[in-house]
Design a protein around this ligand. Structure first.
Ligand SMILES: CCCCCCC[C@@H](O)CC(=O)SCCNC(=O)CCNC(=O)[C@H](O)C(C)(C)COP(=O)(O)OP(=O)(O)OC[C@H]1O[C@@H](n2cnc3c(N)ncnc32)[C@H](O)[C@@H]1OP(=O)(O)O
Length: 721
């Protein structure tokens, strides 16, 4: 009779013996293997008891060990057969199971399937034997859509042990084999785990004192194996130490590490030596669990080094919080480091091209040509600085957040403006507090497909909800084509995620080809609304929300349906070729035309108050009379002693037009030129000829008259002058 110990596991799902058609192949020694064989047979499994009957040194061969266990099982009414083949003949082992218990597909594996437990056999064939037997069983498992594999490694393999080099190598090799089997098997419901047991057995009795061997009983290991083989157990790819009635799980840990290479400088051994403490510092260590997570660190280093930017390892959230004055306790609530984002008209134009703007459409020129009288930045460019903050070390630096980046999909996006975007400037981006939000506010939600199972609330009350469109025909529908290279172009705005360009990476994420950035389709839909309902006036844009419902492939056509409900424009965007809804629950909130531009942009753009020019004049007069003379000569200004320009400026804030009332040639002109600070100073100091500056593109002029008359100066960052 079986002991009542069997009941517990039956309760958690093992089938009762009469219903069971498990097939268990057990490589048996008199220790652990016997224990497994008895335990599984007790629960109705059909057991192949395999043992070459070798001794601890791998010598000898006898059928006695296997026969004894088979007898024991049969005496208690269980099903077992002995097998004496080497594991190198894995196929024979499977065949003996088939012969004894019938055709696997029909009688053995219909409900539960296979179970393999590898136990010590002969050291030199640990690895190969495990591989061969698994390979022989693999297709049967796949057919049955069920399989559980347990590899047995050893502390000697995990940690090393004096005098056991060959054994250690074979044993840790098993872990590598198990890790890959776990990945390959998972979609077929074949799970593979590894255990490192400490138990008294025929093999350990020669190296452990007898009383220790006696107390480390095999029955303290078998329950773990039974649970890992259970149909309800979802553990896959795990490594466990087990013994003396205790079970613990092991995992890899990786230090934050240190980047020692800079774009223009080679990496040297001296740099490695000097940073050794940082390399080995496990503060805020991460715990990568997949090869993608491992690779992601290198990919992010490459982009950071190539960008010529920061070469330190990303600061931990806590460190960054401390450095930025945020209470480190809040960092536990996943505050991101502060990040700065510098941009000018180049980024604005690149972004506009990335979201499908084209010179084919005359309306688009104001977003594509910095010399256009109404040159503006598309409002949805507002996502770029905060996305850069998230991508560039932001997400990766959150302690304890391990993400497989092949599985990251953008879920939703909300963007709200506090003032219109300038066409150049510096953004400081970080998560809340709200008081810091001066220009715009972004809310991202990201899906990590297949991560799940961490419980907790499914959403946050702070998340802006998607809103369904009204149930009536749309007021407008715009169809627009993305190009085959849309993602290749869009990524230049800063989302370097390989998912959008690298076929191999996309395949790891389960896609047939690289997919379009969610924020690219978002940009398409937003500008459809901008044109249709806001006359392409970016200052009318108040907020936008979208949910990314399905991926878009570059080259597909987007069809944006729009419903106007007061100042809210509901949007639904479909892929024309498939009719799949790709943006759902989306809407744009617009300012009424009259309430647009509540205040002018503080820097850049074309709205500059005459204060700016007075300030420039003051600074120039501070430098000295020589400079004043040169400026007056070059620009036709008359800088007074007080630093005021004699030219009279009027600025029409409402229409955004600056005009010179009285210039050296008199009369009213309406021109703009833009020049970077340093180039401006070169011009006024006579070092740079304005004509040359003009033709080299350093000085950009709007208008069509002589340079000396063009005197609305827009400085990139006049505060620095
Ligand atoms: C880090 C910086 C910024 C982040 C940028 C990220 C980096 C970028 O480079 C990555 C990208 O741009 S990826 C491209 C854009 N995104 C996509 O293509 C995703 C498209 N969406 C999908 O495939 C599915 O909706 C999918 C797979 C997301 C979900 O589909 P299903 O699993 O089938 O879900 P379903 O059964 O329909 O619903 C389950 C619950 O989830 C809610 N839900 C569905 N889609 C959602 C979405 N997009 N966002 C938020 N919630 C969503 C459903 O409402 C449902 O919830 P509940 O059960 O509570 O009702």
């Amino acid at each position: 009779m079986w002991s009542s110990g069997a009941i517990a596991l039956e309760k958690v799902g093992h089938r009762a013996p009469a219903e069971s058609s498990n097939l268990t192949v057990v490589f048996v020694s008199t220790g652990l293997g016997r224990e497994y064989a008895l335990a599984f047979a007790e629960r109705g499994a059909s057991v192949v008891v395999n043992d070459l009957g070798g001794n601890a040194k791998g010598g000898g061969k006898s059928s006695a060990a296997a026969d004894k266990v088979v007898e024991e099982i049969r005496a208690k009414g269980g099903k077992a057969v002995a097998n004496y083949d080497s594991v190198e003949d894995g196929e024979k082992l499977i065949q003996s199971a088939l012969k004894e218990f019938g055709r696997i597909g029909e009688c053995c594996v219909i409900y539960n399937g296979f179970l393999f437990v590898f136990q010590d056999l002969i050291h030199r064939i640990h690895l190969r034997g495990s591989f061969l037997v698994t390979r022989a069983a693999w297709d049967h498992m796949k057919k049955q859509k069920f399989g559980r594999i347990i590899m047995t490694t050893s502390a000697a393999g995990i940690y090393g042990n004096f005098g056991q080099s060959n054994y250690s190598a074979a044993k840790l090799g098993l872990l590598g084999l198990a890790n890959t089997l776990a990945i390959e098997g998972s979609k077929h419901n074949i799970y593979c785990n590894t255990i490192a047991p400490v138990a008294g057995s025929r093999l350990t009795e020669t190296v452990m004192p007898p009383d220790l061997v006696a107390s480390l009983k095999p029955e303290y290991v078998a329950p773990l194996v039974l649970w890992l083989c259970h149909e309800q157990c979802q553990e896959n790819g795990g490594l466990f130490e087990v013994g003396a009635g205790w079970v613990g799980k092991l995992r890899w840990e990786r230090s934050q590490g240190q980047i020692m290479r800079q774009k223009s400088r080679p990496m040297t051994p001296e740099a490695v030596r000097d940073q050794w403490d940082k390399i080995c510092d496990f503060t805020d260590a991460t715990k990568p669990t997949t090869i993608q997570e491992s690779l992601q660190a290198s990919v992010s280093v490459l982009s950071r080094v190539d960008a010529g930017g920061q070469v330190e390892a990303p600061p931990s959230a806590a460190a960054a919080a401390a450095a930025s004055g945020i209470n480190p306790a809040l960092a536990v609530g996943q505050k991101l480091p502060v990040s700065t984002f510098n941009f000018n008209h180049t980024q604005c134009i690149l972004y506009a091209l990335g979201v499908g703007m084209s010179t084919k459409d005359p309306d688009h020129l104001r977003f594509l040509y910095e010399g256009h009288p109404d040159f503006s930045c598309l409002p949805t460019f507002g996502v770029i600085p905060s996305q850069a903050a998230m991508m560039d070390g932001g997400l990766a630096s959150i302690p304890g957040l391990n993400i497989d980046f092949t599985q990251v999909l953008h879920g939703e996006q909300y963007l709200e403006f506090y003032r219109p975007l300038p066409t150049s400037g510096i953004f400081w981006a970080r998560l809340l507090p709200k008081a810091l939000i001066l220009i715009c506010y972004n809310q991202f939600s990201v899906f990590v497909v297949g991560a799940g199972r961490f419980g907790g609330t499914r959403t946050s009350a702070k998340a802006k909800a998607p809103l369904p469109p009204p149930k009536r025909a749309p007021d407008a529908v715009v169809t627009d084509c993305t190009t085959r290279d849309q993602a290749a172009l869009y990524r230049l705005s800063g989302d370097w995620n390989p998912l959008h360009i690298d076929p191999g990476f996309a395949a790891m994420g389960g896609f047939k080809a690289p997919i379009l950035h969610g924020l690219c389709s978002f940009g398409f839909a937003a500008r459809h609304v901008l044109k249709q309902f806001a006359n392409n006036d970016p200052s009318r844009f108040k907020a936008i929300k979208v949910r990314f419902a399905k991926p878009v492939m570059p080259g597909q056509s987007l069809q944006t349906a729009m419903w106007k409900e007061g100042s809210r424009i509901h949007i639904e965007c479909k892929v024309k070729e498939t009719s799949d809804v790709v943006l759902s629950g989306a809407y744009v909130d617009l300012h009424q035309a009259a309430e647009a531009s509540p205040e002018p942009p503080s820097q850049g753009g074309r709205l500059q108050s005459d204060l700016v020019f007075t300030e420039i004049g003051r600074r120039i007069s501070e430098v000295g009379p020589e400079l004043v003379k040169k400026v007056n000569a070059v620009f036709g200004w008359e800088i007074t002693k007080e630093g005021k320009t004699a030219a009279q400026w009027t600025i029409d804030l409402k229409n955004g037009a600056g005009s010179l009332q009285k210039g050296p040639y008199g009369g009213k002109v309406d021109v703009t030129f833009t020049v970077a600070d340093e180039d401006f100073m070169e011009v006024v100091q006579g070092k740079l000829n304005p004509q040359k500056a003009f033709f080299s593109g350093k000085l950009k002029v709007r208008g069509n008259i002589m340079l000396s008359q063009k005197l609305e100066v827009i400085l990139k960052d006049y505060a620095k002058l």
